[in-house]
Design a protein around this ligand. Sequence first.
Ligand code: NAD
Length: 318
Amino acid sequence: MKKILVGGAGGFIGSHLVKRLKEQGFWVRGVDVKRPEFDETCADEFEILDLRRQDDCLKATRDVDTAYCLAANMGGIGWTHAAPAEILHDNLLMSTNTLEACRLSGVENIFYSSSACVYPNYLQETNDSPGLKEDKVFPADPDMEYGWEKLTAEMMHETYRKSYGLNIKVARFHNIYGPLGTYDGGREKSPAALCRKIAKIEGNEGEIEVWGDGTQARSYCYVDDCVEGCIRIMNSDVTIPLNLGSDRMVTINELIAMISDISGKKIHCKYDLTKPVGPKGRNSDNTLIQAKLGWSPNITLEQGMSDTYKWIDAQLKK
Ligand code: NAD
């Protein structure tokens, strides 16, 4: 039986991925600095290890043939602005030490979770910017320190593939959302933050604070599609990074209107123009993943946001 390591298994996407791999019958070791926040892990073995440390990375990668490397110090735009040194330091160490440990431990298949933040800011300056194609990362101008680290780590994975012949797969996630994701505390992303703010409104009408003027646009990918894509990419013969995201871009105001419909609450927005909003428009171009895999994320935003809202609403009522 295949033995699989999931790094970052205490996190949002990692915990969903562990569950899916267990459903498919694999033996799974989860590793993280913390256990999953909202649910018990489904992993056969769960070890608290610090993947910034080489010795812990060697423990994590022992006796497995496949590794999904999802651990990162990350959060929404507020966190990315608040902790640039910590993000760059921790993630460079994690990416480097995990990859080297995979090589030393003889891990045959490696999956690295990169991000849409590798794409240049100059391609995302309007909220109708075209979808980002995989080959448009250079000249480099990634989104903040988090994006620079992801781009550097992508290059490092590529060199390990070339120099050591490792079977390495890379996906660029675009705004993944869904149940079991952080929705409070400063690290949450916009879909979860908006669901929380709207769920907290008592009665059927109220006001929420919105970062920026609400015209910034993103595409959002439901976590089940993300997990499906990770496994499909890992099982493919594609050796270049692929976008893993939705190619339907919506503005924050459109997302709020959708959550308003889902919740049945009338929402008034108080726009805070002093808060960071990131690139004006970011969308995934799914031509390449569709051509390579004959598949791309397909769960509708309405369905995904409905499930996410209900889960956050239930969490708040607990
Ligand atoms: P998450 O924060 O929920 O999960 C990351 C996990 O890594 C956390 O559980 C965290 O505790 C763990 N971690 C942090 N430092 C660690 C350390 N030193 N040792 C071991 N574990 C450590 O985030 P997520 O949304 O599940 O993201 C998973 C991966 O996908 C990350 O690499 C992230 O950069 C990437 N990604 C996510 C998104 C998104 O929208 N969620 C978008 C682009 C890329």
